[in-house]
Every structure is written in structure tokens, then in C-alpha cells.
Design a protein around this ligand. Structure first.
Ligand code: ATP
Length: 251
């Protein structure tokens, strides 16, 4: 079982502290965890701190996996446009590996991830030729190809059409269930969170405001506190909880 836990974690840029002491209970692998909060709340900053790109006091405790088995997919992925899709995913396989030789296993992993994301037909295209959504799917392929034990994905569905958003979330949920990976996704769509993510971490104003099962955390009270929005939680025709937005909260 892979788990991730934050103990009084500080995350700052120079003297500007975004989090002074973020603490969570153990986040267990095997299902998706949402990281939610308003713009500039610190979601990307917390990912960078967990991924080791920012330093600070406190402890990021990873159990059941090595730090090298963590992959962070930033919101804006810089891609070298001269590469083809296939080459870009190969490059992701070789990251952290010694040497440039490709094994049959590496090639099979690339083929498998492209097939799973249904982008095999794009393999020979250059990244510059892709649409925004296609580029996001390639980033997801690069993130998943090494089968990481910990995934931190910053708004992984933001450029995808509605069908693809749900397809990718289902794929990530299946991946976490199959591998036992801890998978934390920063998401803005709370309906997607309620449908796909077992656990939710809510952040705002440099604090972890709530952590727990999504259905318990995502209450109208919390939504109003985080976003200033009046909302109700009802059930859709398939029984999933749905947030109905009534509008900005009245003073
Ligand atoms: N490189 C940086 N240097 C200094 N401050 C930064 C830097 N990156 C982000 N910040 C600041 O840190 C705070 C948190 O930003 P962050 O990008 O983590 O928010 P977020 O929750 O991911 O927002 P969004 O939902 O808009 O993507 C903001 O006040 C932002 O201005």
C-alpha cells in the first residue's frame, strides 16, 4: 500500500510563504484524490513542494514507494515541438534511466500507454502539429508510461472535450485501482471530483481547510466558504452526487 502524508509542510517562494504548515492524514493509494481550492490557493505550489521542486520545513512522508516513483504533471507542460509524439513518450520512459538503449519492454510500455489513451494514430505527428487537447493527452501518456506509484497531476483534463474528460478520469481511476498508486489531481470541476475522486483535499488562504471522503468534504457550507458560491448537492439520473449552482453567495 502506497501512502502520502504531509506533516507541517511549508511551501514558499523566497520569503513569500504560500503554506506555513500544511498537514494531511495519510492519503491512501488505490483511488483518486482531488486537490481543490480557488485560483492562487496554492495547489500547484503544494504539488511542487511534494515533488521536491520547492524546499521548506516539514515532512512529505511517502510510504510503500521511493521518491523516484513519483511523477508530477504540471499545468503547463513545456514540450519540445521538434519531437514526434512517439519520441516524446520514449523520452519520458528514459528520464531517470541510465543510457539510451531501449528495451522491448520500454517500447511495449509506450505502445500500451498510447493505445490506452487512444492516441496511437498520433504517434508519428510532431508535437507542434497537435491541438491543445491532444498535447494534454501526450502529457498524460508521458506521466503514466513509467507506471508511477505516486501521481501529481495539475488540472489534467483542462484542455479536453467533455467526453475525453470523463474518459481520462475513468482511466486514471482504473490506473490507481490496478496499481495501488496514490493519485492526486488538482481539479476545478467539483462534479468531476464527486464522481471520480474518493478523497478530497481542500486548500485556501495558505491552509488545508478540509480532507476526507469527497462526499463528506464537499458540502454547500465548504463550497460557499471556498468559492463564495451558493450550491446544492443532488443526485444525477445515475445516482452520482451533482452540484447545482444557484449563484454567487448573497451577503
Ligand atoms: N514562481 C512563483 N514565484 C512567486 N510566487 C508564486 C510563484 N508561483 C506561484 N506563486 C504564487 O503562489 C500563490 C499560489 O499559486 P499556485 O499557482 O500554487 O495556485 P493554484 O491554486 O495552483 O492556482 P490556479 O487554480 O489559479 O492554478 C499565488 O499567490 C501565486 O501568485
Amino acid at each position: 500500500m502506497v501512502t502520502l502524508e504531509l506533516k507541517s509542510v511549508e511551501a514558499c517562494y523566497g520569503r513569500k510563504a504560500v503554506f506555513a504548515a500544511a498537514t494531511t492524514p495519510e492519503i491512501r493509494g488505490g483511488s483518486l484524490t482531488a486537490l481543490i481550492g480557488p485560483n492562487a490557493a496554492g495547489k500547484s505550489t503544494l504539488f511542487r513542494r511534494i515533488a521536491g521542486q520547492l524546499r521548506g520545513a516539514g515532512q512529505v512522508r511517502l510510504r510503500g514507494a521511493e521518491p523516484a516513483a513519483l511523477r508530477y504533471m504540471p499545468q503547463d507542460t513545456a514540450m519540445t515541438a521538434a519531437l514526434t509524439v512517439y519520441e516524446a513518450v520514449i523520452l519520458a520512459v528514459k528520464q531517470g534511466q541510465a543510457g539510451w538503449q531501449l528495451s522491448a519492454r520500454d517500447l511495449a510500455a509506450v505502445d500500451a500507454v498510447l493505445a490506452r489513451l487512444k492516441i496511437g494514430a498520433l504517434a508519428e505527428l510532431h508535437l507542434a502539429e497537435l491541438s491543445g487537447g491532444q498535447r494534454q493527452l501526450v502529457s498524460i501518456a508521458q506521466t503514466l508510461v513509467t507506471r508511477p506509484a505516486v501521481l501529481l497531476m495539475d488540472e489534467p483534463t483542462s484542455a479536453l472535450d467533455l467526453y475525453r474528460q470523463y474518459e481520462v478520469l475513468d482511466l486514471l481511476r482504473d490506473y490507481a485501482a490496478e496499481t495501488g498508486a496514490v493519485a492526486v489531481l488538482a481539479l476545478h470541476d467539483l462534479n468531476q471530483v464527486m464522481r471520480s475522486c474518493a478523497t478530497t483535499i481542500a486548500v485556501a488562504n495558505g491552509r488545508v481547510e478540509a480532507v476526507g471522503p469527497s462526499r463528506e468534504v464537499l458540502t454547500p457550507t465548504l463550497i460557499r466558504r471556498l468559492y463564495g458560491i451558493d450550491a446544492r448537492i443532488e443526485a444525477c439520473s445515475r445516482g452520482y452526487p451533482m452540484m447545482i449552482v444557484d449563484g454567487p453567495g448573497r451577503a
